[in-house]
Design a protein around this ligand. Structure first.
Ligand code: AHR
Length: 326
């Protein structure tokens, strides 16, 4: 128990230290200090995946290009760290707060505090279940649609087969919008073929290491897995290692569908180890900075801005890889 408390304290101290360091880097500007520069407080989920790394890079680069003073805080996948970061942004009187919520629930109190302080909030990447009047807009993907695209590929792939297809699913972070919605969209579409059966579904927390660990356990528990549906490339890539170590061929003995289309995922797709990837675009920085400028200038913005995305099969991956940005 004592050790748990110490570990939690160390984690919180680390998060606050990173927050303080970020705040310091832009301390000569922002509405609190009388500069003309817009100050944006951004709370990021963490650094759990290739997608997240590309998203962070896009936000930092586009803020610099737009001349926006960015106060960036990494929450290390913990909601309490995100809430602490948002409270710190409120205290610092930033002009706009943006964040990518690690989970859907539990944001009402801190959103009310931002509203009471008169600071507009923009959601990026992931949704919350709070009243939409608590934030200005939500910029990000349609995760249900992504799940549907994954399911549709499978329905098409097995349209001429009348045998049972055993599917295992690696879900994202428990309670996160992409985990909930990608599961939902996929389930809705595969209902069309009763032979498509999800025999196991477990969280791999959107990380490569956990994806591998969970897949190792699934391979031990089920000798007859035909398909893996992983909610992101990283978990799929971890699972590929587990499949190879179990003496099976990923992409052939077990067909694999993932979401994201980051470079490592696309390489595995081009190499025949993944069969299909649904794109989830992390390059949200440019659109976010445009929104921030408009919100700061009191100009209207759309309540929901959906990211445009595509899908890749193995041939499409080979063509797209040379110019892939992330
Ligand atoms: O919210 C977007 C998801 O979060 C990405 O698909 C996943 O890779 C990331 O961790």
């Amino acid at each position: 128990m004592k050790r748990r408390i110490l570990a939690a304290a160390a984690g919180a101290a680390l998060a606050l230290a990173s927050l303080a360091a970020c705040g310091d880097s832009g301390s000569d500007s922002g509405s609190g200090s009388g500069s003309d520069k817009i100050t944006l407080g951004f709370s990021q989920v963490g650094a759990e995946s290739g997608w997240r790394t590309a998203n962070t890079k896009s936000i930092k680069e586009e803020a610099a290009a737009a001349g926006i003073d960015l106060k960036f805080a990494d929450a290390q996948q913990k909601q309490e760290n995100q809430i602490a970061a948002i409270r710190s942004f409120i205290k610092q009187k930033v002009d706009v707060i943006a964040f990518s919520p690690v989970v859907v629930t539990g944001w009402d109190a801190v959103l009310k505090e931002a509203k009471a302080a008169g600071i507009p909030v923009v959601l990026t990447d992931r949704a919350v279940d709070s009243d939409p009047s608590m934030y200005v807009t939500f910029l990000g993907s349609d995760f249900v649609e992504e799940g549907k695209k994954a399911g549709q590929w499978l329905v098409d792939e097995y349209k001429d087969s009348d045998e049972t297809v055993n599917i295992v699913q690696l879900e994202g972070t428990v309670g996160a919008a992409p985990a909930i919605d990608r599961k939902k969209g996929f389930a809705e579409v595969i209902k069309a073929n009763p032979n498509l059966k999800v025999i196991a579904s477990q969280s791999g927390e959107f990380t490569r290491a956990k994806g591998k660990e969970v897949m190792q356990a699934l391979l031990k528990a089920h000798k007859d897995i035909d398909v893996l549906y992983a909610h992101n490339d990283d978990m799929g890539l971890g699972a590929i290692q587990a499949i190879e170590e179990a003496g099976k061929k990923p992409g052939e003995d077990i067909k694999i569908i993932t979401v994201d289309a980051v470079r490592d995922g696309m390489q595995a797709l081009a190499d025949g180890k993944i069969n299909f990837i649904v794109e989830c675009n992390p390059l949200l920085g440019g659109q976010l900075m445009e929104i921030v400028k408009k919100v700061h200038a009191d100009e209207p913005v759309e309540r929901r801005i959906v990211t445009e995305e595509t899908v890749f099969d193995q041939e499409a991956a080979k063509k797209a890889l040379p110019s892939r940005q992330y």
